[in-house]
Design a protein around this ligand. Sequence first.
Ligand SMILES: *Cc1c(COP(=O)(O)O)cnc(C)c1O
Length: 425
Amino acid sequence: MPDYQATADWASTQDAADPLRAFRDEFLIPPHEGHDSVYFCGNSLGLQPRAVREAVNAELDYWGELGVEGHFKGRLPWMDYHEFVRDDLAAVVGAQPSEVVAMNTLGVNLHLMMVSFYQPTPERHAILIEAGAFPTDRYAVESQIRYHGFSPALSLIELQSDEPNGTTSPTAIERALAEHGDRIALVMLPGVQYRTGQAFDLKAITTLAHQHGCKVGFDLAHAVGNLPLQLHDSGADFAIWCSYKYLNSGPGAVGGAFVHERHASAHLPRFAGWWGHDKSTRFQMGPEFVPTTGADGWQLSNPPILALAPLRVSLQIFRRAGMRALREKSLQLTGYLEWLVQTQLAGVLEVVTPNDPQRRGSQLSIRVTGGRERGRALFEYLMDHGIIGDWREPDVIRISPTPLYNRFTDCLAFTEAARTWSRSG
Ligand SMILES: *Cc1c(COP(=O)(O)O)cnc(C)c1O
């Protein structure tokens, strides 16, 4: 364990020595009473990179000056705009460029992927998700089951958490597959669980589920830009994510999807649109849909340029910082926050997220001892003092130090505020 200390001196020395410290200046930190707030909500809405405004304005200018010609002219012609984010996106998720596409939003992509990868039969019709899945995942899965004429009562299998804080062991997944594997069509699990912050081993899950003949998809909403991923090597059939959390691409940002290379030219059922059509013949406007190979073949519409511009800027920041360096700092920061909570706030706060750094990303989910009302009181106290986390019912405060813009001194500020609060009542 590093020689953590709960002093301002120690924390600011760490910040000064941090090789990624300059990245903080590339973001707009929301102010609180004349100072930077302590922003720990990058897991919910990442902060705005300063360069976004200019990038969006540039597209507005092209539109104003070029009109329809903007599709072919300008620095970044709109016709191929989604391709300008592809390589950086692939690097962030550990995929080949042809395996990823930026499009739509998470919920839409989840449905599009299930159209292709959830093909229920009378023998194999079930979907395995976690109990306590994010609402959209549950609603999407239930509605797909119904759409195919099956019933969630029989075809929705919930993986129950089996560890004390609501986390799930690999053994629980093995057991669920051993018991139900031959009737499961699709295993649909998160990369990082939104409530507990638990990270899952994508490759181990995929290997196991494939042995049982199931397709595997991952919801990476809380994993992308948080953990270094190796999606291609994991072997997963598909994955989907949003880009407004750790990827800092703005409210309602364009999401993403991964389709493994082995499905690149497969004749899978899909909902088609003209932007998924083979690029070389798209503008012949023929009646027959011929999909582009790779993930691009799942696109429906021409891309929203004003929404892709922030993603392009943000992914360039990730390229310059590198996921490996970000993870290294993230381990330090989150490790420090955990140590502070354990040593300075014992008996007041309790970390729900797994203790093993390999089983988590940036986020710590923290429970206040003494129940929900005390938890709410602390949460509101923190917000009033410019320390921004978020609240998840019934009793969890999520705090996510993100390596692009959070500091060791931020972790200390959280601890000191929580201590002041606990002593005052
Ligand atoms: C944030 C999040 C979503 C949000 O879905 P949208 O379609 O982007 O609104 C879905 N699932 C999980 C697990 C999330 O964390």
